[in-house]
Structure formats: C-alpha cells, structure tokens
Design a binder for this molecule. Structure first.
Ligand code: RIB
Length: 312
C-alpha cells in the first residue's frame, strides 16, 4: 500500500460555465450554442480534487463569495472528503467564475473573474498554518494574489515543506520569490508569457526551461498538451511523451496533471514515473466533458495505467 500523502492547496475555487460550439460570435452578433455545462472549477480546487481522487488526504485554503456559489463550493469540497476548514466566505464578494468556450477538437478559451479569490491573503495562510505545517506538499497557482503565493512559498521554505508553483494564468512573476519552490510547472502558453520566449516545439520548450533554470528555478516541468511534458533541472532535461486519447474537452487537464503529480511524488514514486503517470491522468481527463467531473478515480486510473504502461 502506497504512503498516503497530505497535499495542501492554497488557491482558487471557481464555478465553470462552459459552452460548447463550432463557431463564436462576432462583435454585435448573437448565435446559438450547441451545449452547456455547469460545474465546479478553479485551478486550485481542480488540483485539490484531482489529488483527492488519486488517494491523498487534501486540505484546501481558499476564499469563496457570499453568493449562491460560495456555500455550494464548500459543500463540494466536503462531499469529496477534502478538508475545507480553511475555506472562508468573503462577505459581500462574489465567488470566482469562469465562462469557458470549447471548440470541437476540445481546445478551450477561458475568462476568469477572480471575485473572492482575489481576497485570499497572507493572513489567511497564517490562519491555515496548522494544516500547512503537516502537509507533504503545498500546491499554488496564480488565480489568487501573487503576494499570497510569494508568502506561501516563503512559509513552505521556512517549514521545510515541498511546494509546487503552477504560474496559471500567466503573469509577470518575480522569479526570486518563487525560486524556493521544488517545481515550477507552466504549460506552453504560460511558459511563453512568463519568459517572453516562443514555445512551439519541444526544442523551444528546452530553451525556455534553460532560461527558467538560469532564473533560479529548481526544477521546471513544462506541460505540452498532446506532446506530453518536459522536465528540466540539475542533471539535464528529458521529454516525457504523452498518451494518445480522443479529446473532447481539455479544460482542467493541466490541473489534473499537477494534482496527480503531487500525489505520485508524495507516495515516493520516482520523478520520471510520476510524470508519465501524471501525463496519463491528464490525458484521461480530456476524454470527458467538464472540469472536476472529468477526473477519474485512482482505481480507474490504475486500470488504464496497467494497460498502457506495459508498452513504455
Ligand atoms: O484550468 C481550468 C480552470 O481554469 C477552470 O476550472 C477555470 O475555473 C479556470 O480557473
């Protein structure tokens, strides 16, 4: 039986309003969409749910609004067995929401309205210290204030806790503030925006990872969608190929990758296998519609892993 790790996520929670369509309206135009899906999302919450489904104990540190979505989001965490003691309701604020548009090939475009996520402060991190100090890994993204991310990285360093920073959505980042993170994990777009370098190929990704290492990152993983992922650090770089699937909705695949990778690492699985497994967990999430509801359980994952890893 693998070691059950404790993952703490300091991050966002949104409600996703997803429209599926072949075309998108021009300015001033109204068109009919094909399908709609309402579900729980937010990069932080998604990573927490992925980690929980993969078998970890998970605690969430977040802020939701005092609207219909806030209490429902807390209930969603609790119903999945995620510790929501440090998910606060911000009186008078709206919850984070994300209108999402998905194209026929599964590619998505997302607009995030941060709402209460923007009120998650370093004081909230201090209040959650009893949870955070026990964690094997603390996971963060950029849908909360950057000062809170930087504060949490410092907290993790001071307490000797591994942390993973997912710079999503991409923003100008102070590399000195996140250099203590064990892993810095952008996707191609985030890597481009963060570094100002194009990431159109695996070779581009290698150059970009070199740049991030020179900026002081310890280990860099660039997720490359259907091309898998690239890991870089002292000792070199390696491309970790993807698994082929029929994608219908890629929303949340990056979050599935990060949440599952944190769990596999926490269980002591060697990094390369943890990355391969996370590649598969993320790929499987793209075969179903929705964000959190497209994530599979550990048992479902292991069945698929047994089938697919034999050919590696
Ligand atoms: O990564 C996907 C997520 O991005 C969605 O759930 C949406 O809420 C935005 O945070």
């Amino acid at each position: 039986m693998a070691k059950q790790s404790l993952i703490a996520v300091v991050g966002s929670a949104n409600v996703d309003l997803t429209t599926f369509n072949d075309v998108f309206p021009r300015p001033g135009e109204t068109i009919f969409g094909k399908k709609f899906d309402l579900g729980f999302g937010g990069k932080g919450a998604n990573q927490a749910v992925a980690a929980r489904l993969c078998g970890a104990n998970v605690g969430m540190v977040a802020k939701v609004g005092s609207d219909l979505f806030g209490p429902a989001t807390i209930k969603n965490f609790e119903s999945q067995g995620i510790d929501a003691k440090y998910v606060g309701i911000a009186e008078g604020a709206s919850s984070g929401v994300a209108p999402i548009f998905v194209e026929p090939g599964g590619q998505n475009r997302i607009i995030v309205v941060k709402g209460a996520n923007d009120l998650l402060s370093p004081e909230d991190v201090d209040a959650a210290a009893p949870l955070l100090r026990k964690a094997d890994t603390i996971v963060m993204q950029f849908e909360i204030p950057l000062r809170t991310v930087y504060y949490t990285v410092r907290f993790a360093k001071a307490n000797g806790i591994r942390c993973i920073v997912n710079p999503a959505p991409a923003q100008q980042v102070d590399f000195a503030e996140v250099g203590a993170a064990a892993y810095f994990i952008p996707n191609e777009t985030e890597a481009e925006i963060t570094t100002g370098m194009p990431v159109k190929s695996i070779d581009d990704a290698k150059k970009c990872a070199e740049f991030l290492l020179r900026k002081g990152m310890q280990r860099v993983v660039i997720t490359l969608g259907e091309r898998g992922s690239l890991v870089a650090g002292i000792g070199g770089m390696e491309h970790v190929p993807a698994f082929q699937v029929q994608a219908v909705d890629t929303t949340g695949a990056g979050d599935a990758f990060i949440g599952s990778f944190a769990v596999f690492l926490g269980e002591g699985i060697p990094e390369k296998e943890a990355l391969r497994r996370a590649n598969l967990y993320a790929a499987l999430s793209t075969t179903k519609v929705g964000t959190q509801k497209s994530f599979c359980t550990r048992a479902e994952f292991e069945k698929e892993w047994q089938k697919r890893s034999a050919s590696l």
